[in-house]
Design a protein around this ligand. Structure first.
Ligand SMILES: N[C@@H](CCC(=O)N[C@@H](CS)C(=O)NCC(=O)O)C(=O)O
Length: 251
């Protein structure tokens, strides 16, 4: 009996969606990407009743196994689930303590590194959200503290966040921090963080990096001028075309 590939709901512009895309590409695991517009109540929106039936939180990424109907939301539940289901111990180490450290980072990420988006990216691309200035400033302070924690702690003595090879912790962290680099949105000066810079450079060499970041490479520098919704839509479409071409190689 043939099995249908996993479905990933989301858009490439979403940071946590990119983390899941990256893991699947890195492990050469076929999947189907179904476009879901974050926050929209319309057809194909994450707040439409059909989607809320899959993920009551109404957020992307969400995955679905079409063979069983099993659905799962939250990137940091999805990444460990996929690794455990497929035995990907290289990126989610089997050793109790190493795995616990990956989980440690995944929990730390929320309300820390994740604040890069409400602090820097969302104010540029989601004017409709009207994020208050005070909230943006608080998010930037949180992100600065988080980067210092990575610089002086997590990345001080190892090539990757947990040890000397890439794990899902790195994928989760990079989609948030990496988006701010000069070749993408250009929203942060990294010069005060040499260990973070070294890690960013290393992450460029991880298989799937370029495929996952087509959306940001297409959109380019948004530091001076906020992109239009049409430009974001166009970048998402370009990313989907590139993803389809890459996935065709797995067949
Ligand atoms: N904690 C969630 C956050 C996901 C998230 O914030 N997704 C955004 C897109 S980047 C979303 O779906 N927003 C739509 C909404 O909240 O209505 C995860 O890591 O999966």
């Amino acid at each position: 009996m043939s099995t249908k590939p996993l479905i990933l709901y989301g858009v490439p512009f979403s940071q946590p969606v990119r983390a899941v895309m990256w893991l699947l590409l890195l492990k050469r695991c076929p999947f189907e990407m179904v476009l879901i517009n974050p926050g929209s109540k319309g057809d194909n929106g994450s707040r439409h009743p059909d989607f809320l039936a899959k993920n009551p939180g109404g957020t992307i990424p969400t995955i679905e196994d079409p063979n069983t109907g099993f659905t799962l939301g939250e990137a940091h539940a999805i990444l460990p689930y996929l690794c455990q289901r497929n035995g990907w111990d290289d990126v989610y180490p089997a050793g109790l303590e190493a795995r616990a450290r990956v989980d440690w980072y995944l929990h730390f990420h929320h309300r820390n590194v994740r604040d890069a988006s409400p602090g820097l990216v969302a104010p540029k691309v989601r004017k409709d959200l009207d994020i208050p200035e005070s909230f943006q400033e608080a998010s930037k302070r949180t992100l600065t503290r988080a980067l210092e924690t990575l610089e002086d702690g997590w990345l001080a003595n190892s090539a990757f966040l947990v040890g000397d090879s890439v794990t899902i912790a790195d994928l989760a962290a990079y989609v948030e921090i990496g988006q701010l680099q000069p070749e993408f949105t250009n929203l942060l000066d990294f010069s005060g963080y040499p260990n973070v810079c070294r890690w960013l450079e290393t992450m460029h060499g991880v298989d799937g990096h370029d495929d996952v970041h087509v959306v940001l490479a297409t959109l380019g520098d948004i530091s001076e001028e906020a992109p239009t919704m049409d430009a974001i839509r166009g970048a998402n479409k370009a990313a989907l075309r590139a993803l389809k071409a890459r996935l065709a190689e797995f067949e």
